[in-house]
Design a protein around this ligand. Structure first.
Ligand SMILES: Nc1ncnc2c1ncn2[C@@H]1O[C@H](COP(=O)(O)OP(=O)(O)OP(=O)(O)O)[C@@H](O)[C@H]1O
Ligand SMILES: [Mg+2]
Length: 245
């Protein structure tokens, strides 16, 4: 299929077999909600926005019975937003990746999978990150590593189990040594399952009231058999040791 940065109005009209005037009317409606954006230079063209992409992915997840309601936004990270969603009043976490020019600058340094993909657009990079994090979570969860259970993925959105805990950085621990040992144990289990986190810190560990720990935020993982894995493994461990020191 032909690719455009902004898809010409005429092209859309032909593709969906509607009169250009009718297409314009629909587009004006979508524009009002900022689900798309318009460019009028040599021609009138439209492009999907992240908000529009969110709407498509969330609708698909709703239709597939994964979520039935979206709740509050609880986090804004370097490369995505975290929201609570519900299925029959049971909370779930949705992570919507939004890689852009700005976030890309911050994250590209430890993203091997971007190398050689210069022609990918931001949406595709967001799809790829979601895909990677979902696959990492699935592999880790299958191997008994304490991570949120991944439930579904659609485009740039992943849905996972809600962990009723707080980020390690925000916790006053009763048994710090116990928690420290548990984290090291999970790092070791993840390594044996074939994965090194590569961005571990007190921000990416959730601690429950019982002192159970969950490691989150995996899109930048690297495989244990990668030549740089030892370097990242050591860095992950150092980050945790530094925090408890
Ligand atoms: N499964 C979950 N259950 C409960 N809270 C979660 C879950 N996943 C993420 N969160 C909350 O959302 C925050 C951000 O999540 P995460 O670290 O995955 O995203 P991020 O975009 O990489 O953020 P950052 O750039 O700040 O690291 C977490 O610190 C945590 O407070
Ligand atoms: Mg994080």
């Amino acid at each position: 299929m032909k690719r455009f940065e902004y898809v010409p109005l005429q092209f859309i009209a032909k593709k969906i077999r509607l009169k250009p005037a009718k297409v314009e009317q629909i587009m004006n409606y979508l524009l009002k909600f900022r689900l798309i954006k318009r460019k009028t230079t040599e021609y009138i063209g439209y492009a999907l926005t992240y908000k529009g992409l969110d709407a498509i992915a969330l609708r698909a997840l709703g239709v597939h019975g994964v979520i039935s309601k979206v709740g509050p936004k609880i986090g804004m990270g370097k490369e995505g937003d975290i929201w609570i969603a519900y299925l029959n009043n049971k909370p779930r976490i949705i992570k919507l990746f939004r890689i852009s020019k700005e976030s890309f600058r911050q994250i590209r340094f430890h993203r091997y999978y971007y190398v050689g993909n210069r022609r990918m657009n931001w949406f595709e990079l967001s799809f790829k990150s979601a895909y990677r994090e979902f696959n990492a979570l699935a592999l880790l969860y299958r191997n008994g590593v304490h991570v949120p259970n991944p439930i579904a993925r659609n485009r740039h959105v992943i849905v996972m189990e809600y962990v009723d805990g707080r980020e390690l950085i925000k916790c006053r621990l009763e048994e710090p040594l116990e928690v420290f040992t548990r984290i090291l144990n999970e790092i070791s289990k993840a390594y044996n399952a074939g994965i090194v986190h590569a961005d571990l810190s007190e921000f990416n560990v959730l601690v429950t009231v019982d002192g159970e720990i969950y490691i989150i935020d995996w899109p930048q993982y690297i495989r244990s058999d990668h030549p740089d894995a030892p370097k990242f493994l050591i860095r992950d461990i150092q980050q945790i040791v530094k925090y408890f020191n």
